[in-house]
Design a binder for this molecule. Structure first.
Ligand code: ZN
Length: 99
């Protein structure tokens, strides 16, 4: 906590040295506690689906906090399919022409 207090004091001092008249109370204390305004679901939807060349893909969420048991996702529809565990989307890469 003292880190933020020191930073605020630093900003205050630098503002004062430029001649600005600012009170320490005028610096919003929540300025440095910015929270993401997006939900996890919205963030995932912004991530481009992972392109794979096969019609099935196994997902275990990687080794991060999203890790989960391996599941296999069918991509025959060529539409992005989300993993039921971690929400990462996979899509079969176009280029395999079945004409
Ligand atoms: Zn997954």
């Amino acid at each position: 906590m003292s880190y933020w207090r020191n930073l605020t004091t630093k900003i205050y001092n630098s503002l004062r040295s430029t001649g600005s008249s600012v009170s320490l109370n005028q610096i919003p204390s929540n300025k440095y506690n910015v929270r993401p305004v997006k939900t996890a679901e919205e963030l995932i939807n912004e991530v481009k689906p992972v392109e794979v060349t096969s019609n099935t893909v196994g997902c275990d969420g990687g080794n991060g906090p999203l890790g989960h048991p391996m599941v296999y996702i069918n991509l025959d529809s060529h539409e992005p399919q989300p993993c039921g565990y971690c929400g990462i989307r996979f899509v079969q890469k176009k280029g395999h022409h079945h004409h």
